[in-house]
Write a protein that binds this ligand. Structure first.
Ligand code: SAM
Length: 235
């Protein structure tokens, strides 16, 4: 999988890409991330990538020409699924991460200031937000997407089982995990986890995942068919 990231802050990505799973994915040849400095595509002595808004108002607006020029140069080498990062986009979630993991090339465009000249939207395939809050720039959203998508690629995580059971995979939150010590300040690990009975443990984990989801994220269950919920409840 190749990601091309368009940004005015190329230096922000190194430590994230050079650590942990993403680093290993790159070493295994599963992930290639290319960072493109938008300033290299801007005209003039100052290589401005932003300008004042028509109609007045606060802040600066990311110009359309450098972005279009940069996307053209990136796609001359490799066509990709182009994503504009914006709080006004479709909300990124695990289902979208799964869909994106099926693509071979993804291009992420990071904004800053007040966001993009609206005409930029005509040159991308999707506008995506990572949640209902406003960040300073699109670099952290880009990293979040690269991370969430890469860990779903076959062969990236050591144990494929970890993906199968984790939060959101079946419209459920993850079940609670415990490790040593068996007792911490009087708080005991649930007895069933020490029983060695795998069938009982699996049933307990399903039940706990359902309980947690009902308590913390009941909205997730709304999209799960009633029949499916009854099955999960063992009714
Ligand atoms: N004026 C914009 C608005 O109200 O929607 C906010 C612009 S924000 C300060 C600057 C840039 O950060 C955006 O163009 C986008 O690239 C990025 N950004 C901020 N929050 C984001 C989010 N939740 N998801 C994706 N990108 C985000």
């Amino acid at each position: 999988m190749q990601f091309d990231i368009v940004t005015i802050f190329p230096g922000m990505f190194a430590s994230v890409l050079d650590s942990s799973i993403l680093k290993r994915a790159a070493e295994k040849g599963k992930l290639l991330v290319k960072i493109h400095n938008l300033r290299d595509y801007a005209e003039g002595r100052h290589q401005n990538t932003d300008d004042t808004p028509y109609g007045g108002g606060a802040g600066m607006v990311m110009k359309v020409e450098p972005i279009v020029k940069c996307l053209k140069a990136v796609e001359k080498k490799k066509k990709g699924f182009k994503i504009l990062l914006t709080p006004a986009g479709k909300t990124f979630d695990q289902a979208m991460a799964k869909k994106l993991a099926k693509k071979k090339n993804i291009i992420l465009v990071c904004g800053h200031y007040e966001g993009f000249d609206r005409r930029v939207a005509d040159y991308v395939d999707e506008e995506v937000s990572i949640g209902d809050y406003v960040l300073t720039g699109g670099e952290i959203p880009a990293m979040a997407i690269v991370d969430a998508v890469t860990r779903l690629l076959p062969g990236v995580l050591g144990n494929a089982e970890s993906i199968k059971n984790e939060s959101f995979m079946e419209n459920l939150l993850d079940y609670p995990h415990y490790t040593r010590p068996a007792v911490f300040k009087g708080k005991k690990v649930p007895e069933v986890l020490l029983s060695g009975n795998h069938a009982l443990i699996e049933a307990w984990r399903k039940e706990e995942a359902l309980k947690l989801t009902k308590k913390i994220r009941p909205d997730l269950l709304k999209s799960t068919a009633k029949k499916e919920v009854r099955k999960l409840e063992g009714v």
